[in-house]
Write a protein that binds this ligand. Sequence first.
Ligand code: THU
Length: 133
Amino acid sequence: MDWTLLRDQAVEAMRRAYAPYSGYPVGVAGLVDDGRHVAGCNVENAAYGVTLCAECGMVSDLVMSGGGRLVAVSCVNGEGETIMPCGRCRQLLWEHGGPDCLLMTPSGVRPMTEVLPDAFGAADLDEHRAASR
Ligand code: THU
């Protein structure tokens, strides 16, 4: 796994961020299970709450470019430092990467099971549907 390449791609994405309100650009890059790379940057809005995190853009890139599963993700700030995705974005990564997806964190590479323990996901809905049949 080439974490340096993934971080470089996250930095490249970060340079395209639209973050005039926070002044905090974010970039993220992901490796897909078929070898594709996807990326995203944050896109802020004058109505602050409407802001799109970088991970939202990356997930859109993933789906638009053919789908698949994220296997590794790197997220950086304006200094190119590794940052943790916010809680909402960890949920996005769980949906499209699942428990085995690896995330570069400030404390090293960690699986999603550590980053979002006891996550709620599609399996919970499947179980509910099965039980109510
Ligand atoms: N941000 C992201 O893009 N991803 C995260 O996981 C954390 C926060 C953005 C949102 C906002 O534009 C800026 O960082 C400051 O919160």
